[in-house]
Design a protein around this ligand. Structure first.
Ligand code: S3P
Length: 158
């Protein structure tokens, strides 16, 4: 099954793009974080706090198996680590939202959203440790907001 798989760091705009693509292509969204929250009836931050990151990653593997069983194409909105640890290339066309660290940092800093347990003093290190992995997995790299728009427009015409 070929899905559109959005990968990238926290705050890179995956959910926003997922909504736009969903409207453009009339495809449902599968958000890995939302499905994990539903499954556990708990916010991501609480899952990390109570059960820890290893448990969260095991939930992501469970969700990966669910995605493999989907019978219709979806926009897959991957949590930041999902694109790193899971074999996203086997799911479909992988789109990496390549946004500069400084942009991400200021976006996350102004968001009054405390549901991002890995946004801490190690976030810069985490960002750079993942960057090349995201790039290596990408079929499409969207580098700026402008390119995002151009890519959407060209796919609307296709
Ligand atoms: C994570 C990113 C988060 C969420 C969890 C772990 C990560 O998703 O899955 O907090 O490992 O980068 P977003 O990228 O949607 O913030």
């Amino acid at each position: 099954m070929t899905h559109i798989v959005l990968i990238g760091f926290m705050g890179s705009g995956k959910s926003t793009l997922a909504s736009t693509l969903s409207l453009t292509f009339t495809l449902p969204i599968f958000s890995t974080d939302a499905v994990i929250e539903n499954l556990n009836q708990m916010r991501i931050a609480k899952i990390f706090e109570i059960y820890g990151e290893c448990f969260f990653r095991s939930q992501e593997s469970k969700i990966f198996a669910q995605i493999q069983k989907l019978s219709k194409p979806h926009i897959i909105d991957c949590g930041g680590g999902f694109g790193i640890y899971q074999d996203v290339n086997s799911l479909g066309e992988v789109v990496f939202l390549d946004v500069e660290f400084d942009v991400i940092y200021s976006r996350l800093s102004i968001l009054k959203n405390h549901n991002r347990p890995l946004f801490d003093h190690n976030v810069k290190k985490l960002f750079y440790s993942r960057l090349e992995i995201y790039r290596a997995k990408a079929d499409v790299i969207l580098k700026t907001d402008q390119e995002v728009l151009e890519w959407i427009t060209s796919n609307q015409r296709a």
